[in-house]
Design a protein around this ligand. Structure first.
Ligand code: TYM
Length: 381
């Protein structure tokens, strides 16, 4: 279970609570039974975005899906979807969490659709050995400010705070729970006799927002969930239950994991040293980049002679997926690294400046949101 498994093993482990080992995304897609995005879906998105495909899609961080092609087909028929994504408030937000939200905001802009955002303060309390309920409830408000700082349309964005769940939400969760057996939940999530019973009920709560928009609007509404692929096991269960309740199966679009600052592995809150938090001062974020792993050679001379290995370098991947949209510049960076012309110090310095600005600008937007403003965006009955 979440906090019990070893983090040292190299074997690929991807669950909603643990991501470790060397991740082979092709194998993962096979194992999970999802589908790789193809040129076809990307071409449709290119059309909708008027040639301005998001970097995260164009450069392949978003790479897999369930029924995203169906969402696009329904759209052609004039049936609009709603977006659903979320956060388990176990601490402050880091750059990795922002990735699906940045992409979700782009989707909201392009398609002008509603977003339902779940804050699972119950999940993080139930699954943690350390956090109190009050702490996860407080983090939910802090994290919601980060969500809004990404730029979502406040009129079209609705928060679901699990600890403040409405009767309608609870009833949907109960309907899902009744149709999910323990043996399915155990097989999908690995529950054991030591799991508390709250953990076992919890998957129905994460399923609930997939059906909430339909329930609230009184008609079936397609749902698209952008998230990293670790959350997919929830959608597997939800998709099994959906037809039994008369709803559409939720669709999902998955991203790979944004790397952490250390060698290998994702940016993960359980390894704070791997993270740039949105609450870091711009200067400390910049310093973290200066200390980041690049895979560089032992000496400058060696680097010049043998060249670098951009594929192993976090700095390169941060630029590639988020900070350097210019294709020519990123290609130049790669080639100059391989040839030994460009040294790690130079790359780090340039990225550190960008990250410093990114964090400062995010905080400026974040500081505009108060607990009261977030409160007004929480769905209440
Ligand atoms: P949580 O809080 O672990 O993660 C929040 C979102 O961030 C994604 N994520 C990452 N994406 C890219 N790179 C990373 N390094 C990285 N680390 C985390 C997660 O996939 C997630 O999308 N149980 C959920 C909360 C939740 C949820 C949802 C998430 C409830 N409903 C619907 C997504 C969609 C959780 O604990 O997420």
């Amino acid at each position: 279970m979440p906090e019990e498994k070893s983090k040292k093993s190299k074997e690929m482990v991807v669950t909603p609570w643990e991501v470790s080992g060397d991740i082979d995304y092709k194998k993962l897609v096979k194992k999970f039974g999802t589908t790789l995005l193809t040129e076809k879906e990307i071409a449709v998105m290119d059309k909708y975005s008027k040639g301005k495909l998001h970097l995260l899609l164009r450069r392949g961080l978003f790479f897999s899906h369930r029924d995203f092609d169906w969402i696009l087909k329904q759209l052609e028929k004039g049936e609009k979807f709603a977006l659903y994504t979320g956060r388990g408030p176990s601490g402050h937000t880091h750059l990795g969490h922002l990735i699906p939200w940045i992409f979700t905001k782009w989707l909201q802009d392009i398609f002008d659709v509603e977003l339902y955002f779940q804050m699972t303060d119950d999940e993080k309390f139930l699954f943690s050995q350390k956090l109190t309920f009050q702490e996860t409830k407080d983090y939910a408000y802090e994290n919601a400010k980060d969500v809004m700082a990404v730029g979502f349309d406040p009129k079209k964005t609705h928060f679901i705070f699990d600890s403040q769940m409405t009767p309608t939400m609870y009833q949907i969760a109960v309907e899902v729970a009744k149709r999910t057996t323990f043996s399915t939940a155990r097989a999908v999530f690995g529950f054991t006799n030591e799991s508390n019973v709250g953990m076992i009920f919890y998957p129905s709560i994460q399923a609930m927002p997939c059906f909430l928009p339909s329930k609230l609007k009184g008609k079936n509404i397609p749902i698209l969930i952008p998230a990293a692929i670790d959350q997919d096991p929830y959608w597997r269960i939800t998709r099994d239950v959906a037809p039994k309740l008369g709803y559409y199966k939720p669709a999902a679009i998955h991203c790979k994991f944004f790397p952490g600052l250390a060698e290998g592995g994702k940016m993960s809150a359980s390894e704070p040293d791997s993270c740039i938090f949105t609450t870091d001062t711009p200067n400390s974020a910049s310093k973290k980049i200066m200390r980041s792993y690049t895979g560089g050679r032992a000496t400058v001379e060696e680097q010049k002679e043998l060249g670098g290995e951009p594929d192993k370098c976090n700095v390169y991947w941060y630029e590639y997926y988020l900070f350097e949209p210019d294709d020519k510049k990123i290609e130049e960076m790669k080639l100059n690294c391989i040839s030994g012309k460009l040294l790690c110090g130079q790359c780090k310095k340039s990225l550190a400046e960008k990250v410093k600005t990114f964090v400062a600008e995010h905080q400026e937007r974040r500081n505009k949101f108060t607990d009261e403003m977030i409160d007004k965006m929480i769905i209440k009955e």
